[in-house]
Design a protein around this ligand. Structure first.
Ligand code: MGD
Ligand code: MGD
Ligand code: MO
Length: 769
């Protein structure tokens, strides 16, 4: 299977490579951000906007889900937050005239970078079956078309309702109500590809699918392990928190195949010391682990703690946990040589890390995609929990689990019920509040949704934000699957690939973003979001929206509820027009359905932050099947790499937000002017018979024997890079074509984006176009 990259994406020949950077952030980063802001927004709008990022009466930065500290800096943003804001608050526009000038075929020839650069969507558009161009359509007609298509389905389960994690709590709550009122739980979301493995492992072992730490815990930890995460790029404000912890004496261990800038050294642009003294060395220990070796690392730590004996919190283990004896036996049987082989890290280093953990009285483990996107991710995270339980590091100040979430409201969307496997408690509360009976059968997750579309079992696709076609694995399969759908609808701020690779008919509904002023029912509305640590607060944009008559996500969904639910249906009962005119009424419903939101609207109105209840953190209460925190036994797994092959991780550059590409540089890694690069260890380049700088195809191999499949991504420049031998790295989404749809994590179903077996192939060996 081979797919051609869009023609404007061929850039590998322009790539320039310099030495990777050790220092992250600092003044150059701020200047870079201001330049991008200025290009997109102009001077006045830049200042007006950037000063409101993450301020108490401003808007929540759409960049990442890292929490704000209680005392805000005047400029509470980072380089990449500023880029995210500029991208949304841009003055560039994609108007009906733009669509008249560019055919759908032409647009398909452009990559996500070009598409995103065109600006904000301004008017509802429709692509009729067989048409060459989108045409303008009124809001009323567009919404009616969608409602009619939904009502015309034989079975509600033929519709798929995707969500990306920027959607506000109010819009998300109403959206899941629309979907369940319509009669399905088909609510796949970006979380399925992101932290689903964290939710699966944590829900089962400690009884909550979220982290258990606050920002104060980070500041007060004695030891912080940052595993499988690149905060210098993806959560820059986390570096300030790590710096503070460090200044109070914390030890930091970075676990990563790559020596990422920022973990190694960090200059804080918000303190003069950061600028003048050249920054803080954050990581005391850098463990350069092999891809997928983390389960072995945490088993090694557990084994070391058990062997040392004196490091355990026996009172905690006795009072709160189950399964300790089984775990202890399993770790006694774990063999050091195998732990060394799996991690690629010498026993002496594994023991040294074990010692640092042993010596700490308050340990936090932070992680992101490096731990969640492997076949054995859930097992890995269960082993992380095991290590923390040994020392009672859950529900203690300065200690706990910290999955660092991606999208700025991805956690809130789940709290609001965007989930294909909702709990009975949630559904019955919903039933009571709205006088209907929500469907109980589980819906499709992201990968299952793709299969259903591919197999002709889904006829309507609705995307509440996101870029389904580019973000999901196995691009060629997804593009074909999307083409089989009768109607695809995208509710979006910016143009992306999912608007040009569509169902037989397609509708674009432009919507307001975080930075936009939202006037409904004669007054300015606020929305709310939940950060990575379970704190909920208000967000209010101030900018004039890109065009008149644009609808917010809430208004779009409220109107769809009014059109989709018939008077005789088993459908939720509410005054949809009233909800559209006053989001406070939606908060009232949320308060009655979801625990922890008491008096929600009044508190949001007063600018308060709600700290949602967190059983393990607040009172060491573990809502698992037996009410204990559960030690688990997880047979050791790690990827085996066949001879002559490499294990590829697909990751983010410094100049992108998921499928939104800001530019073609990855400054910290020394890559400039192009994205089609593959980072390979210098020894591997030599052993495999290639040269640094050579252009190759990446061919992924999946399955064995007759079932073996190949997928090809064309034209990547080899860059010699300090990644462990046998491991390679390249950017997503260009490499999504290589990730097989069926290659998913056990239990969570997350695509294994950090673990793809590939071979490099010389371009001359392939049939050239
Ligand atoms: N600027 C910016 N910010 C973002 C995003 C963005 O695209 N741009 N995306 C947002 C989203 S949705 C998310 S989920 C987060 C993602 O945040 P990250 O998870 O930091 O993102 P990735 O680029 O996927 O980086 C994965 C990191 O894990 C390492 N890694 C890969 N495999 C392994 C492994 O097997 N073991 C270990 N120990 N490490 C491994 C990689 O080398 C890399 O440093 O960021 C959010 N914030
Ligand atoms: N190979 C590989 N694949 C991956 C990953 C990986 O590491 N490797 N990471 C995975 C992860 S962690 C994630 S989270 C997913 C991301 O998957 P998605 O969330 O689907 O993708 P994004 O690129 O974040 O979506 C960007 C689009 O969202 C729309 N948008 C932005 N803001 C708003 C808003 O406020 N409202 C609305 N309605 N629309 C808005 C814009 O149109 C923009 O083009 O990708 C996953 N895919
Ligand atoms: Mo994510």
């Amino acid at each position: 299977m081979a797919t051609k990259p869009p023609t404007s994406d061929i850039d590998e020949a322009d790539v320039r490579v310099t030495r990777p950077k050790k220092v992250a952030v600092g003044v150059p980063a701020v200047l870079h951000a201001l330049k991008i802001a200025h290009d997109q927004m102009g001077v006045g709008r830049s200042i007006q906007t950037l000063l409101q990022v993450n301020q108490k009466d401003g808007f929540d930065c759409p960049g990442c889900a890292w929490p704000e500290e209680d005392k805000r800096h005047i400029a509470e943003f980072c380089e990449n937050g500023a880029k995210a804001v500029a991208e949304e608050a841009t003055l560039r526009q994609v108007s009906p005239e733009f669509f008249a000038a560019h055919s759908i075929d032409e647009l398909r020839g452009h990559d996500d970078w070009w598409l995103g650069q065109q600006g904000r969507l301004t008017h509802p558009m429709i692509l009729d079956e067989g048409a060459t161009h989108y045409r303008e359509i009124s809001w009323d007609d567009a919404l009616r078309e969608i409602a009619e298509s939904l009502r015309g389905l034989d079975d509600p389960n033929e519709a798929i309702f995707y969500t990306s994690g920027r959607t506000s709590n109010e819009a998300a709550f109403l959206y899941q109500l629309l979907v369940r009122g319509f009669g399905t739980n088909n609510l796949p979301d970006c979380s399925n590809m992101c932290h689903e493995s964290s939710g699966s492992a944590l829900g089962e072992t400690i009884g909550i699918g979220k982290g258990t730490v606050t920002i104060d815990d980070i500041h007060n930890a004695e030891l912080i392990i940052v595993a499988g995460q690149n905060p210098g790029t993806n959560h820059p404000r986390m570096l300030s928190a790590l710096e503070k912890a460090k200044s109070r004496g914390a030890t930091i261990i970075a676990v990563n195949p790559l020596p990422e800038a920022g973990l190694i050294r960090f200059e804080n642009p918000q303190t003069p010391r950061g600028v003048i003294l050249g920054g803080t060395t954050l990581a005391d220990e850098f463990v350069q682990i092999r891809l997928g070796g983390d389960q072995a690392l945490f088993q090694a730590i557990g084994k070391h703690l058990l062997e040392s004996g004196d490091a355990l919190d026996s009172a905690f283990i006795a009072a709160y946990t189950s399964g300790f004896e089984e775990y202890r036996h399993a770790m006694a049987d774990a063999a050091w040589p195998e732990l060394v082989a799996a991690t690629g890290v010498p026993e002496s280093v594994l023991r040294r890390v074990g010692e640092l953990v042993r010596a700490s009285k308050a340990t936090i483990v932070c992680w992101a995609m490096g731990l969640t996107q492997h076949k054995h991710s859930v097992a890995t995270l269960r082993d992380v929990v095991n290590v923390l339980l040994l020392q009672g590091n859950i529900g203690r100040a300065g200690a706990g689990v910290c999955p660092v979430r991606g999208h700025s409201n991805v956690q809130g969307d789940r709290t609001m019920g965007i989930y294909e496997k909702p709990s009975e408690a949630f559904l019955s509360a919903l039933d009571t509040e709205f006088g209907f009976s929500a469907p109980r059968a589980h819906g499709f997750d992201t990968v299952e949704a793709i299969r259903a579309m591919r197999d002709g079992k889904a006829q309507v696709f609705i995307g509440m934000g996101g870029n389904f076609v580019s973000a999901t694995p196995d691009t060629a399969v997804v593009e074909a699957a999307m083409g089989r759908v009768g109607l695809s609808v995208q509710i979006s701020t910016k143009l992306n690939r999912s608007h040009v690779v569509t169902g037989r008919r397609a509708i674009i509904l432009p919507t307001l973003g975080r930075t936009d002023r939202d006037r409904r029912g004669g007054r300015e509305q606020r929305v709310s979001v939940e950060d990575s640590m379970g704190a909920v607060h208000a967000s209010r944009g101030r900018l004039v929206p890109p065009s008149e008559g644009m609808l917010s996500e809430v208004a779009i969904v409220a109107r769809l509820c009014g059109l989709v639910f018939g008077p005789d249906d088993n459908a939720p009962q509410a005054d949809w027009a009233a909800l559209e005119g006053d989001y406070g009424l939606i908060r009232g419903h949320i308060a009655r359905v979801i625990p922890g939101f008491d008096d929600f609207d009044r508190r949001i109105d007063k600018g308060a932050t709600l700290h949602l209840p967190n059983g393990p953190r607040d009172e060491r209460r573990f809502a698992t099947i037996d009410g204990t925190a559960r030690f688990t036994v997880n047979p050791l797994e790690y990827p085996r790499i066949p001879r002559g092959r490499l294990l590829l991780q697909t990751l983010r550059s410094h100049d992108q937000y998921n499928t939104t590409i800001y530019g073609k540089d990855d400054r910290y890694r020394g890559i400039h002017g192009g994205r089609r690069v593959v980072l390979v260890n210098a020894k591997d380049i030599q052993v495999l018979g290639f040269a640094d700088g050579e252009i190759v195809d990446l061919v992924s191999e999946w399955g064995i024997g007759a079932a073996r499949e190949e997928r090809r991504a064309e034209a990547f420049r080899i860059v010699a890079y300090p990644t462990p031998q046998g491991n390679a790295a390249a950017y997503y989404p260009e490499t999504n074509v290589l990730v097989p749809l069926d290659s998913v994590a056990d239990v969570s179903g997350t695509p294994t984006s950090k673990s793809v077996i590939v071979r490099l192939e010389r371009r001359s060996e392939t049939a050239q176009p």
